[in-house]
Design a protein around this ligand. Structure first.
Ligand SMILES: O=c1[nH]cnc2c1ncn2[C@@H]1O[C@H](CO)[C@@H](O)[C@H]1O
Ligand SMILES: [Zn+2]
Length: 361
């Protein structure tokens, strides 16, 4: 019930997040400080104003223009200390928002402008996550952070990045992804990397079905073998809602039958024009049809959002109650890239006990 759910209670309840970009979640004040250190010019130097600038500039109606804003975050993430700081603060901010499990992604190849190697970039970020998680636990907000390494889909380093991910799999890298402008850069350009990862029994998700439709989703699943879909929201193009009951096409049916997780990011989709508004976002239909829907932030800085805020938006738009928020959280935890027994432990020992008293009310 909408009226019964208070924002501060959403913050308290355990949440799981699968799709969050490290370079899309910096604190504005940190950007200002790091930019001064490295001599990068920003569109604003007052943190509040800068925060508003990011949201406004990302509110562009196009994925390509939305992605231009990352120039200012990536610019201040070129040193070991900068990367470590950003990762530490990311873990702290997510934990303070009640996120108990997060998979955070970034593209190591974008952090080589100074003198770091790919391995040093990854080690700095993993170090920052470990530091932030330890501090969060001490403060009473335990969080587990898994890292996903992203390759940029317009570039040609995916095989190298896939090998980098596998190299660091026992140190906290739990998966691989491709991101960047989708139109014109189909996932099959990176087939070698995906085949390599499958041979290594590794996990990967692919940004697909955000700015481009069904062919991208079809390739991601049926050619590349993606475990999950980054966004995947355009799967609704294969669902007809003309008649009395929705009718699923073959691809939509396959995605639902196989329980392929959709990493949906409502606020981000509204900004890039993939959805007209939260109320009209396909998450409502996809949940009703019982797809494996998960709720995500994508880029907290560019969307001025958090996991709690995304949940609150759904509570307002669709009248979701604790049962729906629990369902989204358990879906995400079931779809995580950490081992099955570890996922189950978080579901049984952290998530279910916290939601149980809320569902009884
Ligand atoms: O929603 C998105 N769709 C596609 N690419 C994205 C999205 N959000 C961020 N990035 C891209 O991923 C890189 C690594 O984190 C970011 O630098 C940005 O270019
Ligand atoms: Zn994304």
């Amino acid at each position: 019930m909408v009226a019964n759910i208070r924002y501060e209670d959403i913050v308290k309840v355990p949440k799981a997040l699968l799709h969050d970009h490290l370079d899309g979640g910096l604190r504005p004040a940190t950007i200002v400080e790091l930019a001064a250190e490295v001599g990068h010019e920003l569109p604003a130097t007052d943190p509040e104003e800068l925060g508003r600038w990011f949201v406004g500039a990302a509110d562009s109606g196009s994925l390509e223009r939305y992605l231009e804003t990352f120039a200012h975050t990536v610019a201040v993430m070129q040193t070991a200390s900068g990367l470590r700081r950003v990762a530490r603060e990311c873990a702290l901010d997510l934990a303070a928002d009640g996120v108990v499990y997060a998979e955070v992604r970034f593209a190591p190849e974008q952090h080589l402008e100074r003198d770091l190697t790919l391995d040093e970039v990854v080690e700095s970020v993993l170090g920052g996550f470990a530091e932030g998680s330890a501090e969060a636990a001490e403060a009473g907000n335990p969080i587990r952070v898994g890292t996903l390494l992203t390759a940029m889909r317009h570039a040609a380093r995916s095989q190298e990045i896939a090998e980098l991910a596998v190299r660091h799999r026992d140190a906290g890298v739990v998966g691989f992804d491709i991101a960047g402008a989708e139109a014109g850069f189909p996932p099959t350009r990176h087939l070698d990397a995906f085949e390599y990862l499958q041979r290594e029994n590794f996990h990967f998700t692919i940004h697909a079905g955000e700015a481009f439709g069904l062919p991208s989703i079809w390739q991601a699943i049926q050619w590349c073998g993606a475990d999950r879909l980054g966004h995947g929201v355009r799967i609704v193009d294969d669902i007809s809602t003309e008649g009395p009951e929705p009718v699923l096409g073959r691809l939509a049916a396959y995605v639902r039958d196989k329980r392929i997780p959709l990493e949906l990011c409502p606020s981000s989709n509204v900004q890039t024009g993939a959805a007209a508004s939260i109320a009209e976002h396909p998450i409502g239909l996809l949940r009703d049809l019982r797809f494996r829907v998960t709720l995500n932030t994508d880029n907290r800085l560019m969307s001025g959002t958090s996991m709690s805020r995304e949940m609150a938006l759904l509570v307002d738009a669709f009248g979701y109650g604790w049962a729906e928020l629990r369902w989204l959280t358990i879906n995400a935890m079931k779809s995580a890239f950490i081992p099955f027994d570890e996922r189950l432990k978080i579901i049984d020992e952290v998530i279910k006990p916290a939601y149980a008293p809320l569902l009884r009310d």
